[in-house]
Structure formats: structure tokens, C-alpha cells
Design a protein around this ligand. Structure first.
Ligand code: NAP
Length: 373
């Protein structure tokens, strides 16, 4: 330890943290240098109502691209500030508590977890979780049994109009991503008779079918998507779980049935562009949507938090019963979080579905990242 660190150690606890170093610009593609890993100090003392936590996992999600802009374009998302620590979904263990709801050793989670090794957080920001619900796989509380799973299940229940026995066909774009891979499986569990995924590599498509129970999958980077969709969905599309928007969605919408439903989950193909959310459909697609009375209401999981507890319990039950397959990849090191976030936005083509979730370990803590390849 250098002299500077010794002095700092006397003033408080030394921690590592990741801060926003620069902004990519609204139409820019992020670069690794947009983030900076730095050493910092944190007060030793925990105040009344506060909890000191050690970070175990952090989640990196597509919405964070908006938080890199000065104006996120949304009233429920705050921009990350330059040279300030980034934050998002996280999970960790309580080391010291001065809040009645928490005790040392509790596992806790928050949507506003700072990207740092140890943090003192207001207890009101934290929720206690029960590790047994996910067979001890704590990272699942940020994914399949967390916001991602909630998004997939509540999206389908609130906007999908799925009726068991109604012989419905569901199409999922971004199907190999965290939400998409769950949404397809949940589509079957909720009663769709056919589920077809759209993903970016043959390997992802193959895993969607062989492991996740999709009836078929289309590699949108190869061949004619419209033609494959016609062959694989001969009765048309009744429910479209849309994660990506853009050309893929236009193609799917053109094959949707009368009175069918779009679950407007996300529009990831548009996030490096300065366009409003949700981006308006091109005129031809909008005409089809209107003529066929296709619903396309905005879905935001945060609007359904009153259903969180019951929905998480349902997801945990499916996970325990083996009905929901979850894929995770482990990548270690807080230092890599900026680089992985970058990959998230750049979408490296060599990555596999196994990288749907990355986990980072740095010294004695682990960070989990959900990346989009
Ligand atoms: N509405 C809500 O409340 C809510 C909550 C959470 C997430 N979301 C949204 O849900 C979507 C998925 O999130 P996630 O956490 O599942 O993300 P993720 O794990 O990063 O997966 C996203 C997937 O999208 C695909 N993709 C990326 N860029 C694309 C492009 N330009 N064209 C086509 N496909 C592309 C990627 O795989 P390929 O290799 O297959 O292209 C990737 O598998 C995002 O749009 C996110 O904003 C919404």
C-alpha cells in the first residue's frame, strides 16, 4: 500500500468503484473509455437507518445506454453524472446494519446499487431476498427471478392477451437475450401453442430450440426473415414480444393477425440513435397495425411493482421445477465492467448465448453483468 493509500485508509475504508468518464453522445456508439475504474474512500461509520453492504453481483442492462446521455429522454431514468459512480441493479451481503429490517449476513438487493466494492446505503433502498428461493443462485435475483423475469412474465400477462388453448403463435425478437429467452419459455408456460424466436447467430438459435423449448428460431443475419417467418408461422403471428424494434419488427408486424398483440418491451436496435421512445412505426407498418387492430401499448415493468412479490414467487417456482431454463456466463473483475458494458452496446457477433449474463469477480467479490452480445 502506498503512502497516499495509508493516509486515505485512516480517513475511511478504501474501495474500488466505476465512474462515468465521458459521454458517447446521443447518436454515438459507446467506447470503453466512457468508464473509469478508480480507488476511493468511504466513511467508516454507518449512520442510523443505513446499511454497509459488500457487492456480490451487478447487472448491466440496455436501459443504461440512456443513462449515459445528459438527458435520458425519460422521466423515470436519471442520467449518470460525469466522474460520479454509476449504479443499477445489484445484490450483496450486509456487513453492518443500523436499520431495523436488516442484520449482518442478510442478502439484499436494490435497483440503485452503486458500482463499487463496498457501499453504505440507505436501508429504505434495499430489499431482503431469500437465497433458497433460487437454490442459492444469487445472480438470478437480478435476472430470471428479478427485473428481467418480471419483465418477461408481466409483459406477457399485462399486454400479451395469451389464452391457454387458443392455439396462439408467439414470436420473440431479441430471443437470445435475457428477457427474450425467458419470454419465449413463459409464452409456452402461459399457453401459446407455438413460439418462434429471432436471434443473431446459428448457435443462439440452436440453443433456443434444443434447450429453451422454442419451436423454431430464425437467424436474422442470414437468409430472408420474412420468408422464414411465413414458413414457421403458417397461421400468422398472434403475439409479438418485441425487444428490438426496427426492420425486424416491421417484418414481424407485417405477418401479424387481425386483433393480435405486440408486447412493446424494448427497442434495442434504436438505443444508439437520438429518437423518441417508443420510436414511431414507419407509415406502411403503422397502416398494417391500424388496419389489423394490432395493439401496441407501451409496457414498463416498473408500473407493475405491486405484482412484484407474487410474480417473483411464480418465477422462482418455475426455476426450481426446471420449467424455466436460465443461462449465465461468468466474467470476472470490476475493472471489466466498462468494457463489458461497451460490448453490450456494440453487440459482438462472436459471443454466444452463454454470454447472456456475465459475472465479474474482482478480488473477493463478484459482479454479474447481463449483456446483449
Ligand atoms: N419494458 C420494460 O420494462 C423493460 C425492462 C427490461 C428490459 N427491457 C427491454 O428489453 C429488451 C431486452 O433487454 P435484455 O435485458 O433482455 O437485453 P439483452 O440481454 O442485452 O438482450 C438483447 C438482445 O437483443 C439483440 N439485439 C441487440 N441489438 C440488436 C439489433 N440492433 N437488432 C436485433 N437484435 C438486437 C441481442 O442479440 P442478437 O445477437 O440476437 O442480436 C440480444 O440478445 C431491451 O430493449 C430492453 O430495453 C424493457
Amino acid at each position: 500500500m502506498g503512502v497516499q493509500c495509508e493516509i486515505a485508509a485512516k480517513a475511511g475504508m478504501i474501495i474500488q468503484r466505476v465512474v462515468l468518464n465521458s459521454r458517447p453522445g446521443k447518436n454515438g456508439v459507446p467506447v470503453a473509455e466512457n468508464f473509469r475504474l478508480e480507488q476511493s474512500t468511504m466513511p467508516d461509520t454507518v449512520q442510523e437507518g443505513q446499511v454497509r453492504v459488500r457487492t456480490l453481483y451487478l447487472s448491466v442492462d440496455p436501459y443504461m445506454r440512456c443513462r449515459m446521455n445528459e438527458d435520458t429522454g425519460s422521466d423515470y431514468l436519471l442520467p449518470w453524472q460525469l466522474s460520479e459512480v454509476a449504479d443499477g441493479g445489484g445484490i450483496g451481503v450486509v456487513e453492518e446494519s443500523k436499520h431495523n429490517n436488516f442484520a449482518k449476513g442478510d442478502i439484499v438487493t436494490s435497483f440503485n446499487w452503486p458500482w463499487q466494492t463496498v457501499a453504505i446505503l440507505d436501508g429504505s433502498l434495499l430489499q431482503k431476498v431469500v437465497p433458497q428461493l433460487v437454490n442459492g443462485r444469487l445472480s438470478y435475483f437480478l435476472g430470471a427471478a428479478g427485473l428481467t423475469g418480471l419483465t418477461a412474465l408481466l409483459g406477457i400477462r399485462e399486454k400479451g392477451h395469451v389464452t391457454a388453448g387458443a392455439n396462439q403463435t408467439m414470436v420473440v425478437s431479441g430471443a437470445a437475450g435475457a428477457c427474450g429467452s425467458l419470454a419465449g419459455q413463459i409464452g409456452h408456460l402461459e399457453g401459446c401453442s407455438r413460439v418462434v424466436g429471432i436471434a443473431g447467430t446459428d448457435e443462439k438459435c440452436s440453443i433456443l430450440v434444443s434447450e429453451m423449448g422454442f419451436d423454431a428460431a430464425i437467424n436474422y443475419k442470414k437468409g430472408n426473415v420474412a420468408q422464414q417467418l411465413r414458413e414457421l408461422c403458417p397461421g400468422g403471428v398472434d403475439v409479438y414480444f418485441d425487444n428490438v424494434g426496427g426492420d425486424i419488427s416491421d417484418t414481424v408486424i407485417s405477418q401479424m393477425n387481425q386483433n393480435s398483440h405486440i408486447i412493446l418491451c424494448g427497442q434495442i436496435s434504436q438505443y444508439n440513435k437520438d429518437v423518441p421512445y417508443p420510436p414511431p412505426l414507419p407509415p406502411d407498418t403503422e397502416k398494417i397495425q391500424k388496419e389489423r387492430n394490432i395493439t401496441r401499448e407501451r409496457f414498463l415493468v416498473l408500473n407493475y411493482m405491486d405484482k412484484q412479490e407474487a410474480t417473483v414467487l411464480q418465477l422462482c417456482q418455475w426455476i426450481q421445477e426446471g420449467k424455466l431454463k436460465v443461462r449465465e456466463t461468468v466474467v470476472e473483475g470490476l475493472a471489466n465492467i466498462g468494457g463489458k458494458l461497451l460490448q453490450h452496446f456494440l453487440k459482438t457477433s462472436s459471443a454466444t448465448i452463454a454470454e447472456a449474463i456475465c459475472q465479474f469477480r474482482f478480488l473477493f467479490f463478484i459482479i454479474r453483468l447481463k449483456i446483449m452480445f
